[in-house]
Design a protein around this ligand. Structure first.
Ligand code: GLA
Length: 732
């Protein structure tokens, strides 16, 4: 059992294979957080809490004038409200009498095998290789009878703990949740922590930022209704000394695709607190007596072995425990060509067949018909919402077009943007009340499109029915599911005034229902997510999508940064990456080597390539197949940081059995007559002998794992910038 309750000490010890998390039913039945770190057995760690009479830090009434007992200074598992803890809070509830108080004390707990699930929200699941146990602890406010159940599923082998909170209104009047976080995490000694986050913008998603945790509230958030290009729902707190190989790292990834909030604070006594959950901005959720509210889940992990090990825990977990699609692991994903950058809106069935024919020679196995095939969609000002085939463009009809593509020996994929509507569309003309628009105002336009009120059941049903009809009308193998704007004008015509603070969250729940109705009912279709690139690339989306389009920016050198940043959380097999026409100074081989640091494909007009270029593409598609298993299922190592002033950027994937590795090096800056540079491998078997083959040049070296890791591989100098080297290491 990975969860041990010690009756006498009243401690709960949650053990993964390498970590322990401990909490305790403390004085007055407040639940204290005691420890999260490397494995310690079940001993009571409450000696760590030292109590002092702290000025201006109040004492709960029933602590009986005990001045050293203050919630302001003690590590909590979840916060109270108005009980003298002035730090950032995990709950803010307005009670039926108008008061803002929550004094949650332990009343019950249960421990059971398996992972928890949440109502309408995605969670991770246990496979038959996992040992998973769940602890639920119920806190109750004795006056209002509002309960918060803290949920912990311990994925033992994976070193992951999944957490969430469930509010139950056990009282007699309606309550308003103004803030409810999925997780509260206290550190008794937080003065030595840095925050790592993945900020960005459209076209430059998931860059890496590291900053010290200081004495103010640090906020990492999206208020855009989508998890966003600007921040990813991920935060790590790491020891200042932590680097790729050493140091304590705590990772927290929220399984949510809407507006989110992480707040971290170093308090007056250098204790740290982190909360993470649904953004409380423009949020107020009514919970009627007897009803529940579930927060999204957080996946948390700890390692004292540095950033690589933290990322590794997530990579393994995301590959194994988020998505049951056969395309995650059992079926190799095809090399695809997407028509967007080749044709934009200017294509018809004949052009698609031409592209498919030309792409065959490049080793492409699937053509994806992007935006522009439906309704009256000749540019991005019209047609969204009309999910029926535009037969002026697809003259032969979709079923026949797909048949012809299949006859070429190719698979067929299609694009949708389900949540959006153009004002110039039949859907808008017949259902103008289905958009998010505040009464008496005009909705904000973005890319000249409006947002459907996906919180409404009839809108969800329309999307499920109309999109499924297309999917069932032809032999469709793949879907790219896009969203191309942020959500504004939070308003639902289907909700009364007092419930409008629920719209943002209800939208996300509605979206998950639509995705359940389309994606989960089509297990034979491979789904890729997209949000104008990676604007909604998050762990919840990966429960539906096996891969996510990383960015609309296909410039190879920008992608080096994007992949590096994304890799803090996401495995390569989830990152959509294509070779495109962008950046003509970068050779095709280099573009392809970089796109192999993701799910490989092309984003160009195959009919315009010369025979030499087609041959290069074929060679690179073949390499993608050759290295598929190492890239998709191996262990990934960041070897050189493209955000630093480096001459070489490098990464490595090592097969789980360490018998093979693929090392990719890209020269980004070559100084004249500069020094010899070496790349140090990682993750090899020290005593094994490896044969190092440079793609295109044959075997260049045979050396031990030790030598390759500690002494390195010399990288040739006399070559042009933007050259990619791929070294295949094989143990002898
Ligand atoms: C978004 C996507 C692109 C493409 C266009 C189509 O920007 O990221 O790849 O699908 O939409 O409109």
């Amino acid at each position: 059992m990975s969860i041990v309750f010690t009756e006498i000490a009243k401690t709960f010890s949650l053990h993964t294979s390498k970590t322990t998390y401990q909490l305790k039913i403390g004085n007055l039945n407040y639940v204290n957080h005691l420890y999260y770190g490397a494995t310690i057995h079940d001993e009571d760690l409450s000696y760590l809490i030292r109590r002092y009479d702290r000025g201006f830090s109040g004492n709960p009434y029933d602590s009986l004038k005990e001045r050293t007992f203050s919630l302001d200074a003690q590590p909590q598992e979840f916060t109270t409200q108005q009980q003298g803890d002035f730090r950032i809070n995990s709950i803010e509830v307005q009670n039926p009498d108008g008061s803002f108080s929550f004094d949650g004390r332990y009343i019950a707990h249960k421990i059971y095998p398996g992972a928890f699930t949440l109502k309408g929200l995605p969670t991770a699941f246990a496979t038959d290789k996992d040992t998973v146990d769940t602890l639920e602890i119920v806190l109750e406010d004795a006056v209002t009878k509002v309960q918060v159940t803290l949920l912990y599923s311990v994925f033992e082998e994976a070193d992951i703990i999944m957490r969430a909170a469930r509010v139950h209104n056990g009282g007699t009047g309606e309550i308003a949740l103004k803030r409810i976080m999925s997780l509260n995490m206290d550190y008794m000694n937080g003065g030595n922590l840095d925050i790592i986050s993945l900020p960005g913008r459209y076209g430059q998603e998931r860059q890496v930022e590291r900053q010290p945790l200081t004495h103010h509230v640090h906020k990492i958030r999206s208020g855009r209704g989508i998890s966003s290009h600007q921040q990813n729902p991920f935060i790590a707190l790491v020891e200042k000394e932590a680097n790729e190989e050493y140091g304590s790292c705590y990772g927290f990834a929220l399984m949510y695709s809407g507006s989110f909030l992480a707040e971290a604070e170093l308090d007056q006594y250098d204790q740290a607190r982190l909360v993470l959950g649904v953004n409380d901005r423009l949020f107020s959720y009514q919970v009627a007596p007897g009803e529940d509210f579930d927060t999204p889940a957080v996946l948390m992990t700890y390692t004292h072995k540095g950033l690589t090990a933290m990322s590794r825990n997530y990579h393994n977990f995301f590959r194994n425990n988020l998505n049951k699609s056969k395309f995650v692991r059992d079926i190799r994903r095809p090399v695809l060509i997407n028509t967007w950058e080749a044709a934009f809106f200017d294509f018809d069935d004949v052009k698609l067949i031409e592209i498919a024919k030309a792409a065959k020679g490049m080793g492409v196995e699937m053509i994806v018909m992007d935006d522009g095939w439906f309704g009256k969609r000749d540019d991005d000002n019209s047609g969204l919402g009309d999910w029926y085939v535009n037969e002026k463009k697809i003259k032969c009809g979709l079923t026949e077009l797909v048949r012809q593509i299949n006859d070429l020996g190719m698979k067929f994929g299609i694009w949708f943007e389900p949540e959006m509507v153009s004002e110039d569309s039949d859907l808008f003309r017949s259902h103008p009340d289905w958009v998010m628009e505040i009464p008496g105002r005009h909705a904000v336009r973005s890319r000249n499109q409006l947002v459907l009120d996906v919180s409404r059941k009839e809108v969800q049903d329309y999307l499920i029915t109309s999109i499924n009809a297309i999917l069932d009308s032809a032999n469709i193998y793949y879907v790219k599911w896009d969203i191309n704007r942020a959500i504004t004008d939070l308003w639902s015509n289907a909700l009364p005034a007092g419930h409008q603070g629920e719209v943002s969250h209800r939208y996300v729940l509605g979206l998950y229902r639509v995705m359940d109705g389309i994606i989960k009912t089509h297990p034979d279709i491979m789904f890729e997510g997209c949000a104008g690139g990676g604007g909604r690339f998050d762990p919840a989306m990966l429960t539906y999508f096996v891969q996510y389009w990383s960015s609309d920016n296909t410039k190879p050198l920008d992608n080096l940064k994007l992949h590096y940043g994304s890799s803090f959380l996401y495995p390569l097999c989830t990152m959509g990456a294509h070779v495109s026409q962008a950046s003509s100074m970068v050779p095709l081989e280099t573009k392809a080597a970089i796109a192999m640091c993701g799910t490989f494909g092309y984003e160009l007009d195959a009919t315009k390539l010369g025979p030499d270029e087609v041959a290069v593409c074929k060679k690179m598609s073949d390499l993608y197949l050759k290295y598929y298993d190492i890239n998709f299922f191996g262990d990934y190592y960041r070897l050189a940081n493209p955000f630093e002033n480096v001459n070489l950027v490098a990464w490595e994937c090592v097969s789980k059995d360490k018998k093979e590795a693929l090392l990719t090096v890209v020269t980004v800056n070559l100084t004249v007559n500069g020094p010899q540079e070496y790349i140090h491998c990682r993750g090899l078997e020290p005593d094994s002998l490896y044969q190092v083959e440079k793609e295109g040049s044959g075997v260049v070296l045979t050396a031990s794992g030790m030598a390759l890791m500690h002494a390195g591989i010399p990288i040739p100098r006399e070559i042009p910038e933007f050259t990619a080297f791929m070294y295949h290491l094989k143990s002898l």
